[in-house]
Structures are given as structure tokens and as C-alpha cells.
Design a protein around this ligand. Structure first.
Ligand SMILES: NC(=O)C1=CN([C@@H]2O[C@H](COP(=O)(O)OP(=O)(O)OC[C@H]3O[C@@H](n4cnc5c(N)ncnc54)[C@H](OP(=O)(O)O)[C@@H]3O)[C@@H](O)[C@H]2O)[C@H](O)CC1
Ligand code: K
Length: 524
């Protein structure tokens, strides 16, 4: 009850966010119908508008020297393919259209567009009713996949799956462009083990689909290009979504420029509890990141063997030493909760039982949101009852293995997202699951995907840097939701700037900190 009350207060002070909603396939159908009724526009005209965007994109990227092989299914995704075919033919492309007989019944718009193409160019059309109907492709052909889009109702099977495999066999020889969705990929449920087109580019209408953001689907969409097709803004604004993609716009609404009359007390005093013998680097990276994220004052609680290392490495941080020589043992007793705005705990902490006990006492004594990472997460998975002692609004930052140790294994990425969201609601905390699109689950059930970052950040210390940034933002009085969204975005953006200047291979976690300043300047 107290936990829930705390959450309401935190939410009340959090900012109103602009963001990109990720709608379900059913909501996209509703948006489609709402637009047709309220713009108003006819269904075939909307299809012309959507397909026109795809034809224009293809025209910009491939010359008329490329024969275009379009594979169309019997629904509206296939209808899009037929319009694209007609438009490209009108622009002088050689287009060949295979109608995949994946259903006994064609949609009305498919029928209409087929008739239009038959009138315009009947010789370009042929039927695909079996695997052997798949055509031989000339060397410079471009493949367009318009077999199935958001209307898929189950995993593809049988000979249609065979066609998907044939398309995928061309992956290293021909560019594959998927219309709206790679065929076989289901927007909102797991497509694990299902046959799915492995596209190089996906031209998707209006919204990101959840499926594009899941690691298990990494091989399918290729580069995603979101093409606006003018779906009705009223539907988009007023329809709630569970999943969201964060973007620069959103960060600009969160970011608070510094007050010209500020002093170091304005931006909070953070405490970092980190480090053990052999793992002081993690503590230092976190401390540096926290300072570069703008904290007013930083104290670091470290074991005795880490005292000189910390003092020499980071003169801007104050240092408190533990009774323990090699690891922190009794940090709770030296902590006056009223002295610190927030606490970051975990980087290089070690997993000694005495450390766990001190963490338990800390969780009981400290009433405000804190950041919990790395070994502190490992301690939570060894002593799961501690999860219920975490202050409401706190931020946990597990990578997938840590997440599994904390909350258990799942059979696919959609299930894991659901578990992530369920735990964030149950514990009234933010859980940030690290990945290509880091997923941030909020206590109200919403999940935000972060879109900055690159594989160069998959390197030791990167997570410690994130912990420091989040702690620094919380200390500056950003509401936890604002801190976790902005901190994750800045961390990824700084990593992108580092990679652009240094290469993904050569960049290190320290470079992410070095580029944090540029991330503030160029990103916000
Ligand atoms: N977003 C928009 O506003 C617009 C989207 N457009 C395009 O329309 C499709 C969605 O069209 P829809 O007709 O609803 O569905 P699809 O074409 O994606 O798929 C339905 C056809 O596929 C068959 N199907 C479904 N599942 C399977 C399966 N597992 N195996 C084989 N075949 C399957 C289905 O046949 P049934 O007999 O099962 O009914 C249909 O034939 C969207 O993706 C966009 O491309 C508009 O053009 C513009 C507006
Ligand atoms: K498709």
C-alpha cells in the first residue's frame, strides 16, 4: 500500500512524454478503419497512398536496370504489392509478379488491384501454387516480399513455408525488400521457430511493430524504414499503447537545462556503493559517469583496498572507506539516509553474504528511489526476499542473464517482456532489460524501448557507466521515469558518438563517458 502510494506521488511529478507508440496488429487495423471513415478516404486510395510510398522508396534506391520480382499474397499486403508493381511499371521498370495462392479467398482490394494490373500488363503476372513455381531470378533482380503482412493469423506452414525458404535462399544474391512486415513474422506474438522472410529492408507503414524490437527476430526485418501513410492523428493520439519507442523528441521534453543560479547543492548528493578487490575499475567508471551526468556531489563507499585507487582516479568524488579490506561489509551503518538524494549500488560490489546483509539493512533504511545493478542484482537473485524491500520507483538494470537469474527463464522474447512488465508492476519499480533495444518496464505496466546504442557498447564496464548516469540523473531530481528514459538514451547516444569517431571495435566504456558531454550538446 505504502509502495503504491509512493508510486502515485512519483508518477504525479513525472513529465508528460511525447513518444512513438507501438500499436498491435489489431490496433493498426482499427487505425486503418478509423482513417477510412474519418479522413475520409476509400480503402483502395489508402492502399495506393501506402504502396506509393514503397514504390517511391524502391525508385530512389534501385535503378530501372534492376528487374523487380514481387511476390504477392491474397490479402491486402499482396494488394500493396500489386499497386507497387503497377507504379514501377509506369516508371519503366521490368516487373514480374507472382501471386502466391496462400488462401482460397482474395481480399476485395487485392481483387481490385489485380484487375487493374491485368488490364495494364497481363504478361507480368503468374501464379505460384507450389514450391516448383518459384522463378529463376536474373543476376541483378530485386525481390519484393508482399506475401503476408499484419494479417498473418498463425505461423506459415507447408508449401508456402517452402516459398519463404526459397526467398531466403536468395538472401546473399539479391536484395530482399519486405512490405510492411517480413512475411511470416507476427507483430505481437513470438515467431520463434516459424519460417520468416529474412529481409534486407522492411518498409513498414506508420508504426514500428513490436516484433522488430525483439532479439529473437534479429535476422528478419533488416533495416526498418517507417513510411508515414497519413493514418488519422486522432486515432494515434487517443489510443493508448502498452509499448513505446523512445526518440530524441521525447528526450527533449524530459531534459531540464541547468538553473543559472544553481550551486552544487542544487544537483543533489549521490552515494555510490561499489568496488571490491580486483573490481575497482567498475566503481571508478560508475563514479566518473555519475559526475559527467551532472551530479552536484558524489561520495563513493569503497573497501579499504580501493581508497587510494578511487581518490587518485577521480578527484571530484569524495571517498568513504568500509571496515572491510577487500569488499564492502558495513556500508549501511555509515549511511545517514537524509544526507543523500539517491544511491547507486552494485558495480564491482562482490557477492559476499556480509555484503548482502548490509544491503538488506540499507534497503530497509533508505526511503527514496535508488539504482541497483551488477553484483547487487546477483545478491537479489540469491536472496529474492530482498526484492520486496526495494524502495518504490527504484531502477534495476539487469542484462538478460541477470534478469533470468532474478525472475526465471522464459521460452521466448514476448513471454520475457510480459514477465518484465509484470515484475515492474508487482514491485512498483523500473526494470531496464539491456539489449539492442533496451526495454524499460515501468510500474504502470508501460514498456519503453530505447533506440540508441550499438554493438561497440557490448564491452566490459558499459553497464557500470549506465549505473553512474542513472544515479547522477536521479540525484539531480529527475523523476525516476525521466531519469531512466533519458539516462538510457544518453548512454546509447554517447556510445554512438564514440563509435562514429573511434569505431565500434576500438571504443571502450571509458569512451562512452568521454562522449557524454557531446551527447548532451548534440542530442538535447
Ligand atoms: N496499416 C494500414 O493501415 C494499411 C495496411 N495495408 C496493408 O494491409 C496489410 C494487412 O492486410 P490484411 O488483408 O489484413 O492481411 P495480410 O495481407 O497481411 O494477410 C492476410 C492474408 O494472408 C493469409 N494468411 C494469413 N495467415 C496465413 C498463414 N499462416 N499462412 C498462409 N496464409 C496466411 C490470409 O488468408 P486466410 O485464408 O488465412 O484468411 C489472407 O489471404 C498490411 O500489412 C499492409 O501491407 C494497406 O494496404 C494500407 C493501409
Ligand atoms: K510482407
Amino acid at each position: 500500500m505504502i509502495r503504491f502510494f509512493m508510486f502515485l506521488i512519483l508518477e504525479y511529478f513525472s513529465v508528460q512524454l511525447s513518444n512513438m507508440k507501438i500499436f498491435t496488429a489489431a490496433q493498426i487495423r482499427e487505425a486503418d478503419a478509423f482513417t477510412i471513415k474519418n479522413e475520409p478516404i476509400s480503402s483502395p486510395q489508402l492502399m495506393e497512398r501506402a504502396a506509393g510510398k514503397c514504390a517511391a522508396w524502391i525508385g530512389e534506391h534501385y535503378s530501372q536496370q534492376h528487374p523487380i520480382y514481387i511476390f504477392c499474397g491474397k490479402g491486402n499486403n499482396g494488394g500493396d504489392g500489386l499497386v507497387i508493381a503497377r507504379m514501377l511499371q509506369q516508371q519503366g521498370y521490368t516487373v514480374s509478379v507472382g501471386i502466391v495462392q496462400n488462401s482460397s479467398k482474395a481480399s476485395p482490394d487485392h481483387i481490385l488491384q489485380l484487375q487493374a494490373l491485368q488490364k495494364h500488363s497481363p504478361s507480368s503476372l503468374y501464379e505460384i501454387g507450389y514450391i516448383t513455381d518459384f522463378p529463376a531470378l536474373p543476376a541483378n533482380a530485386v525481390i519484393v516480399d508482399a506475401i503476408i503482412g499484419t494479417g498473418i493469423n498463425k505461423p506459415i506452414e507447408g508449401w508456402v513455408a517452402g516459398i519463404i525458404h526459397q526467398i531466403n535462399d536468395q538472401h546473399h544474391k539479391h536484395p530482399i525488400i519486405a512490405i510492411d512486415m517480413p512475411s511470416g513474422l507476427m507483430a505481437d506474438v513470438s515467431s520463434r521457430h516459424a519460417p520468416v522472410v529474412q529481409a534486407h529492408h522492411t518498409l513498414s507503414f506508420e508504426f514500428y511493430k513490436l516484433a522488430f524490437l525483439l532479439p529473437e527476430n534479429a535476422a528478419f526485418p533488416g533495416q526498418v524504414h517507417i513510411l508515414p501513410i497519413g493514418l488519422h492523428p486522432e486515432y494515434i493520439t487517443h489510443t493508448p499503447a502498452r509499448y513505446h519507442l523512445s526518440d530524441k523528441e521525447m528526450m527533449r521534453t524530459i531534459y531540464q537545462p541547468r538553473d543559472p543560479f544553481a550551486h552544487k547543492g542544487t544537483y543533489g548528493h549521490a552515494l555510490l556503493i561499489a568496488g571490491s578487490y580486483g573490481k575497482m575499475g567498475a566503481a571508478i567508471l560508475s563514479a566518473k559517469a555519475c559526475l559527467h551526468a551532472g551530479v552536484g556531489l558524489l561520495s563513493c563507499h569503497v573497501p579499504q583496498s580501493g581508497y587510494q585507487i578511487m581518490q587518485i582516479s577521480e578527484p571530484c568524488a569524495m571517498c568513504i572507506t568500509d571496515e572491510g579490506t577487500d569488499y564492502n561489509t558495513h556500508f549501511h551503518s555509515s549511511i545517514d539516509a537524509s544526507s543523500y538524494k539517491t544511491i547507486g549500488i552494485g558495480p564491482g560490489l562482490g557477492t559476499q553474504p556480509v555484503t548482502a546483509r548490509s544491503m538488506e539493512l540499507l534497503l530497509e533504511a533508505f526511503p527514496r528511489p535508488m539504482v541497483i545493478d551488477a553484483d547487487a542484482l546477483n545478491l537479489l537473485s540469491v536472496y529474492p526476499y530482498l526484492l520486496y524491500k526495494i524502495p518504490a520507483g527504484s531502477i534495476l538494470t539487469p542484462h538478460p542473464k541477470e534478469f533470468e537469474r532474478l525472475f526465471g527463464a522464459t521460452t521466448n522474447d514476448v513471454e520475457r517482456l510480459e514477465l518484465l512488465s509484470k515484475q515492474a508492476v508487482k514491485l512498483q519499480i523500473y526494470i531496464l532489460l539491456k539489449g539492442r533495444y533496451t526495454a524499460i518496464a515501468c510500474p504502470d505496466g508501460a514498456v519503453y524501448f530505447n533506440n540508441t546504442g550499438n554493438p561497440g557498447m557490448a564491452t566490459g564496464g558499459s553497464g557500470d557507466v549506465l549505473t553512474g548516469i542513472l544515479t547522477g540523473l536521479l540525484a539531480q531530481d529527475y523523476a525516476p521515469k525521466a531519469a531512466v528514459l533519458l539516462g538510457t538514451w544518453l548512454h546509447g547516444f554517447a556510445g554512438d558518438l564514440a563509435a562514429a569517431h573511434l569505431s565500434q571495435e576500438a571504443m571502450t566504456a571509458s569512451d562512452i563517458i568521454s562522449y557524454l558531454g557531446k551527447a548532451f550538446q548534440e542530442g538535447l
